[in-house]
Design a protein. Sequence first.
Length: 667
Amino acid sequence: MRKALKFLSVFICAALLFASVLMPSAFADSARQGKITGDAVRLRDKATTVNSNTLLYLSYGTIVQINGTVTGNEAVSGGGKTWYNVTVSGKTGYVYGKYVEEIKQPASTPVYTYNADFEKNLLNFPEDYRDALRSIHASYPNWIFVADNVNIGLDAAIELEYCASNMFSTRKWVELSYGEVWRDVRADVDNPEHIREGRWTFASREAIAFFMDPRNALTVTNEKSSYPNVFTFLEQSYNSNLQNAAGLRTVVAGTFLATGYDGKPDAYIDDIMAAASESGVSPYVIASTIITEQGTKGTSGLISGTCKGYEGYYNFFNYGAYGGDVIGNGLKYAKEHGWISRRAAIIGGAKQYGTGYISAGQDTYYYMDFNVKNTDKLWHQYASALYDQCNKAASMRKACITNANAVYTFKIPVYSSMPYEPYGVPTNLNYQGEHTCTRGEPINAKPATCTEEGYSGDICCSVCEMPIEMGHVIPAKGHTPGEPIGVRAATCTEEGYSGDIYCVECGVLLLQGANTPVKEHTPGEPVNVKAATCLNEGYSGDVYCKDCGVLLSSGSVTPITGHVSEGWIIDVAADIGISGHWHKECAVCGLLMDEKDYPALTEKNPGDINGDGAVNNKDLTRLFRYLSDWDIAVSVSALDVNGDGTVNNKDLTRLFQYLSDWDVEIF
């Protein structure tokens, strides 16, 4: 939800156009007086908000002597370029014109004349609305008032916005500068968690009630511009039965919109009526918004169509018109949205105005900020700022009251029930007592148990016992299981027990234990194991339960292994003039099992590396091992199989090829 003063530039008017500050030529009329209409308004040494010094802060209602007016810069909040040169408390300086109201001789108040049709319509309103509406009707006889029924009571609607049970759900905020009486009694301005965006905190129930009570807005001009006025109820949706070109002419009378353009006196009238039809926004609201934005003469560069680089582009609603280059930024926005003509700009701007809220039935400033007719969508409210709708209404009022013959429709909420007296401006007397309410200790508090809900307790004033904050239900805690009781571990011969579980809070049995079955024996590692040898039997070992020690299985005798030979071992390879000798032995105990001799060779037998009289893969293996420096017996004369006089890998390759039936010879 966005902050106040953000709904269209009509309400923020973020214009920072700087003009040269003209000193007043003469301050001749010392009899003029004015009243300050804002809080903490600055008296400056120059007619500008930039690079000026503050001489005094003036409170609401301060009377000043007006010496004259000058043209200065327009403030960010909008309000024109007029500044007043004033004298107050012995100091002379400048006050922004938006916050000075000249004091004039009171004009005679129009007297209400009985009107049967108007009185018939008043019957739709509560009695305490009627006198105020009669007074407005006396000055503006063409205004139409519609009673809009709300199906909840005012106090219930206020509670939805205030939320007594949780301050952080309060939907309305006030600026800290508004003072303590506007703040929620629950809020602590020294607690950062209670501050929003550095300058806002939660609004009090009394403050919310003051702005929500429709009876406080049944006036054209309230005591302060930030207080409610009837324009908060101005119906902004298009109603073809009530709004037409004739009525629109009364709204624009005396302004540039009444003169048309391109030689067509009704050009703006036609454009605005077309915009109303396409956007669903009242043509009177469209016109009033344009007049508020562009002034009655319409001389802004935003709608001239002649600005360099943006020729032919228009922006009647000042969308995007902010920053140091207000005109340029606003026309850049127009170009991006294709507003290439006056008509396109008016229709396009009106469509943006109507999107989101008017189309959702929140077609007054009041309903935009208090969505009380759709409480299931209470979150869909335009601003958190409590007085947002009043600031907008004050801007709209300026454009609407210049022509007393104009026709406007006001949709005024009528709640199903309302207090007898209207809610007044908040004071330091909270809840109508003779003291400032302070938070007492919680009452009606009840702790939650395992099976029953509790209650946090209501907070009331410690003096008058009026409620400040309602408590909330604390859910039942549920049982908290303790450690199992009566646990017994199962053994190899006896059952165990899982244990009973009780709630540690209330002692109730939560889970009945169960017997756990007898465990099976867990075999341990065999004992008395003896390995069999070549000459002696072995024993596989006895197995016992490693939990209780009972014998589970006896071992068995393993037979004698006998001697095992891995093959012939060459002691001496036969060679020319040398006898060979081979033997077998037990691989386990080394016992000599067999031996044989080979006769000496009488001639060279190439390739017979092991000297057994044959050339085969055994010789290839022996040659490989010989070349790998193994300590083995070889027939030296048989090593040089390729006959090149050396023994190397070439001989190994030649022998491999020979044994693989390649067409090669060995020497």
